[in-house]
Design a protein around this ligand. Structure first.
Ligand code: ITT
Length: 193
């Protein structure tokens, strides 16, 4: 079964397919939305934005669709950048630099990645929604080249001081917010759509 994944971020699709493979479900393939996918992310929560993206993907493809809305929430910054993680600064490196500067005055560097996922049918009706989290701390300096986004400055709990960007793709998928969310979606799909 092909499911449209409503995103413009190719890193997410690559991760998704790795998570599906490790999960071992057969006949599920995530494909990119048709050209023209341009959702208006006007929601005020991860859940709302994942619903907006999934419904837009269903609308333009006429197929069952999944979408995620994700981001990094930093305790000392009252949960920022949160749903604005992709819009926090112009480029990935500028976003990292801005976040390191913002957290610098604080001793508390606790943070978590959140990923909300929504699965919609071909008419855009919600079939399933849930979320995944990944807990850790903001590093003092960036390290690693894997993953994307804020991975080089996120120290994953239980990984001996390694950043998310220093983990292999499979290791990241096992502990990541996206892996934790997608496995719940795959559990739902396994029970029969
Ligand atoms: P789509 O909306 O098209 O899916 P996007 O990248 O704009 O792509 P989001 O609105 O969900 O997606 O924003 C997520 C941002 O949060 C992303 O651009 C990263 O900056 C950050 N982020 C999310 N998941 C991440 C991960 O696994 N590792 C590092 N940063 C992540």
């Amino acid at each position: 079964m092909q499911i449209v994944f409503g995103t413009s971020n190719h890193h997410k699709v690559k991760e998704l397919n790795g998570i599906v493979k490790a999960y071992g479900i057969e006949n599920v393939e995530f494909i990119l939305p048709p050209e023209g996918f341009d959702p208006n992310e006007t929601g005020t929560t991860f859940e709302e934005n994942s619903l907006i993206k999934a419904q837009e993907a269903s609308r333009i493809s006429g197929m069952i669709s999944l979408a995620d809305d994700s981001g990094l929430c930093v305790e000392a910054l009252n949960g920022e950048p949160g749903i604005y993680s992709a819009r926090y600064a112009e480029t990935p490196q500028k976003r990292i630099d801005k976040l390191l500067a913002a957290v610098a005055p604080y001793e508390n560097r606790r943070a978590k990645f959140i990923c909300a996922m929504t699965l919609t049918d071909k008419e855009g009706k919600v079939l399933f929604a849930d979320k995944g989290e990944c807990h850790g701390e903001i590093a003092k300096t960036q390290a690693g080249t894997g993953g994307f986004g804020y991975d080089p400055i996120f120290l994953v709990d239980g990984k001996n001081g390694l950043t998310m960007a220093e983990l292999s793709d499979d290791e990241k998928n096992k502990v990541s917010h996206r892996g934790n969310a997608l496995r719940k979606v795959l559990d739902y799909i396994s029970r029969g759509l």
